[in-house]
Design a protein around this ligand. Structure first.
Ligand code: GL9
Length: 823
């Protein structure tokens, strides 16, 4: 399936490692203006970064001319979010020079790890959706698939989370304040992006009615490239991130009138477009600025795509043979009317030809079924900001509904459900419907999720276009998520089965027989313990709390959301606390329960759950009876670089969303790949993880997706569980009565009420007892370390399917119709 990596044998020569030390010193002086004798870590990190980056530029240019010469079809992955995290170790890993570089850095008086810590994460995404985009870029370039990421260079990425008195506080993530050595800014390339104005009709020289978009306010888009080296570096690609610059003529009339400040105000306002990433997770806030960001990305990207295409083609007719555009959720779906506008208004095509090109170019990935995340834009907002696009959307919809009406005569309900325009509650554009109509393929991100799309959310569309909606199960890159983040385990795996696994993750299956080898199990356990020790040191540094690496590390790290049910985990913790208090001499499996994750700044309930975790932690950790058996901590500011420390150290991975709600999950894959056992519901990719690792090697519990749906239909009564389960009742009463908030007894009433009085939408009460039982099975197994380690090995060994290399090849063959270059 994947290419076997042929890491260049002579990396020393290819990357001129003999000159690296001198280059670091040279860059320190020439680029940074620093004195190499100063020994500032930050300067050395930067000088190293520039010296590493400059070694890739040649390879990058060579890759680009390869693409050009072979006229390869290119993939454009359009995403409002990328979550690359840090670049330094990823570059070194993919270049295959980590050890060599470590030595060189040591000669300069540093450890590689301490320089690595100087780098600020590139947090240009909220969570899974953005991280997936970054994993896919790594897998595309590593497999020689000509692809580019296109996104936005936000000045401020996902906010920095601190915890103050148990509460989340948001601080601005000024990640580029000290510069970013990975960016290659293209000051000389600028595209004009239009907003507002109006659509005007005119007659062309043949007497046809045509449209043009006039009286616009213009903003310039400037690209900034960040190189993406493939593993083994046979290819180097890039992501191109746009920043907004005011146009030179911006409000020239104000300048001319002498209103200097007024004109400057307009200039500054226009540059705001790329200031900040919206921090909502799966929640649409219908802000005009957000729609501007989306169109800004799309308009600049398509100018770039067409410029590149037209260098080698004279007609746009063959665009779908040369270009595949993947829409990462509906966020860039305005690309569909934009390409129609370009083809018709700028390049003079008729509707039918343009529409055919359009629908053969786009594919759309859906990442969620949560109704609050489905984007709809008020027609008056979209029509004001993008008047010509609004016209085109109406025409797309008119023609589409004509087709539906012909297939389902008289079914007006169906027409109103499928319409791109939602009529109830003021007209709005349904971006998902637009994306489905304008794409040749729509995919969900795990088998269960795609099935829910076909039979639930997009059922009407599935009936109308029976082959359009398909599945591509998500994956994660084994380079960052095993090789780079877990050197101890990677080393052991490579010693045992050779190095090919990192480009052909199915190879990990060769570990299966080793699970029966006690010496191998010991080595596996030692690697895990080493990672747990490293994490313990990190926890001590971050939250001044000592944790014991010999306890079971139970981890839930993901965005804070009610459907992900961090609260259910807390209810288990409180139950354990009560059991210990009731019977202080009970023989229980010692656990350290760790949480991490950001809540959207306006998501009250999610923030309250963070507070609850911290208050429960305060009570539990201070209790003498509990000492040594149960510890709880919330690690602030979960981000990629923190995940790289957390994931390798986990024994137990909590994946406990209400079945049917987590589209896929990718944290679940990272943890299992690093030898954690999963406790989870049959949701998202957990279903497929169970199929791969075997039901006996995973702790599955709770309602299934169809049971959740059935209970919602037939009426669900959470109180019933409260009344019939004394342990649950006690937990709920402690939360509701202020046991964990003695100074503010009513603090957690909203948490209590959501379950007891507001219908418990996510069905925690129903899943509490099955979850407790699954956790008891975890405890029992952990006492048998031999069996635990066996299962840990079998988990990692069977995770081959979840390499993003496999996902990307499925997109390449089944959706983009591109082949790896040079095959
Ligand atoms: C998400 C889904 O919720 C996840 O289940 C899925 O694994 C990822 C990637 O497909 O996409 N959709 C979504 O909006 N987010 C996801 O994580 N949210 C964030 O990225 C914050």
């Amino acid at each position: 399936m994947s290419r076997v990596c042929k890491m260049s044998k002579n990396v020393r020569e290819v990357f001129r490692l003999d000159e690296l030390k001198d280059d670091i010193r040279r860059n320190m002086v020439a680029l940074l203006g620093n004195d190499p004798r100063s020994k500032r870590k930050f300067s050395y990190y930067n000088a190293l970064a520039y010296s590493v980056r400059e070694r890739l530029v040649d390879l990058w240019m060579r890759t680009q001319s390869d693409y050009y010469d072979s006229m390869a079809k290119r993939v454009y992955y359009l995403s409002m979010e990328f979550l690359p995290g840090r670049f330094l170790m990823n570059y070194l890993t993919n270049m295959g020079i980590v050890d060599e570089c470590r030595e060189i850095v040591a000669e300069l008086g540093f450890s590689l790890e301490e320089l690595e810590e100087e780098e600020w994460d590139a947090g240009l995404g909220n969570g899974g959706l953005g991280r997936l985009a970054s994993c896919y870029l790594d897998s595309m370039v590593s497999q020689n698939i000509p692809g580019y990421g296109y996104g936005i260079l936000y000045d401020y990425g996902i906010f920095y989370q601190s915890i103050v008195n148990g509460n989340q506080e948001e601080r601005c993530d000024n990640w580029r304040r000290h510069g970013c050595p990975w960016e290659i800014t293209r000051l000389d390339t600028l595209y004009e992006v239009k907003f507002y104005g109006r659509s005007e009709t005119y007659y062309d020289s043949d007497g046809n009615v045509r449209f043009r978009w006039v009286d616009t306010e213009n903003v310039m888009a400037m690209p900034c490239d960040i190189l993406i080296p493939g593993y083994g570096c046979s290819h180097v690609s890039n992501m191109r991130l746009w920043t907004a610059q005011s146009s030179r003529e911006f409000n020239l009339s104000d300048f001319n009138r002498g209103d200097y400040i007024g004109a400057m105000h307009g200039k500054v306002m226009s540059e705001n477009i790329t200031k900040v990433l919206y921090p909502n997770d799966q929640f649409l806030q219908g802000m005009e600025l957000r729609l501007k960001q989306q169109y800004f990305l799309v308009s600049a990207t398509f100018q770039d795509i067409l410029r590149r295409y037209l260098k080698q083609h004279t007609s746009l007719a063959a665009l779908p043979e040369a270009v595949a555009v993947q829409l990462n959720d509906t966020h860039p779906a305005i690309a569909i009317p934009e390409l129609m506008r370009l083809l018709m208004d700028v390049y003079g095509m008729g509707w039918d030809v343009a529409w055919d090109i359009c629908t053969r170019t786009f594919a759309y990935t859906n990442h969620t079924v949560l109704p609050e995340a489905l984007e709809t834009w008020p027609v008056d907002l979209l029509g004001r900001l993008l008047p010509r696009h609004m016209q085109i959307i109406y025409e797309i919809n008119r023609r589409f509904l004509e087709g539906v009406a012909a297939t389902f005569p008289g079914d007006t309900e169906r027409l109103s459900r499928m319409s791109v325009i939602q009529e109830e509650g003021g007209q709005r554009v349904r971006m998902a419907n637009l994306a489905i109509v304008g794409s040749h393929t729509v995919n969900g991100v795990a088998a269960l999720h795609s099935n829910i799309l076909q039979t639930g959310l997009f059922r009407d569309f599935h009936e109308y276009y029976p082959r359009k909606i398909r599945n591509v199960t998500n994956g994660v890159t084994p380079r960052r998520w095993l090789m780079q983040c877990n050197p101890a385990l990677s080393r052991l795996i490579t010693q045992s089965i050779g190095p090919e696994w990192c480009c052909n993750l199915e190879k990990l299956r060769e570990l299966v027989p080793l699970a029966e080898d006690s010496a191998f199990r010991d080595a596996w356990a030692r690697a895990k313990l080493e990672n747990k020790r490293l994490l313990s040191r990190y926890v001590l540094r971050k939250v001044q709390m000592g944790i014991n690496p010999n306890t079971l590390f139970d981890m839930q790290f993901k965005r804070m959301h009610e459907y992900k049910r961090q609260l259910l985990n807390v209810m288990h913790v409180i139950s354990l606390f009560n059991r210990i208090k009731d019977n202080p001499s009970a023989d229980i499996t010692p656990r350290t329960v760790l949480f991490g994750g950001k809540a959207a700044p306006g998501y009250y309930q999610a923030k309250l759950i963070i507070r609850l975790i911290n208050e429960v932690a305060r009570v539990v950790n201070a209790d003498a009876d509990v000492a040594g058996r149960l510890r709880v901590a919330f690690l602030p500011n979960y981000c990629i670089s923190q995940a790289e420390k957390v994931v390798p150290a986990a024994d137990l991975s909590e994946q406990i969303s209400t079945a049917g709600m987590e589209a896929s999950g990718t944290g679940n894959m990272k943890f299992a790949l690093n030898g954690a056992l999963t406790i989870g519901t049959l949701d998202g990719a957990n279903v497929e993880i169970m199929e791969e690792v075997g039901a006996e090697n995973i702790f599955i519990f709770g309602l299934k997706a169809h049971e959740v749906a059935e209970k919602r239909r037939s009426g669900y009564n959470p109180r019933e569980f409260y009344e019939n389960d004394a342990e649950l009742r006690r937990v709920m009463d402690m939360i509701g009565s202020g046991f964990f908030s003695p100074d503010e007894r009513g603090l957690f009433s909203p948490v209590y009420d959501s379950l007891m009085h507001h219908g418990d939408y996510y069905m925690l009460m129903a899943d509490y007892r099955p979850y407790m039982e699954a956790q008891a099975a975890v405890d029992a197994l952990y006492l048998d370390q031999d069996q635990w380690v066996r299962k840990s090995i079998l988990n990692a060994a069977n995770m081959g399917k979840f390499s993003s290399d496999r996902s990307v090849m499925e997109y390449a063959r089944g959706i983009w119709h591109v082949e790896p270059l040079g095959k």
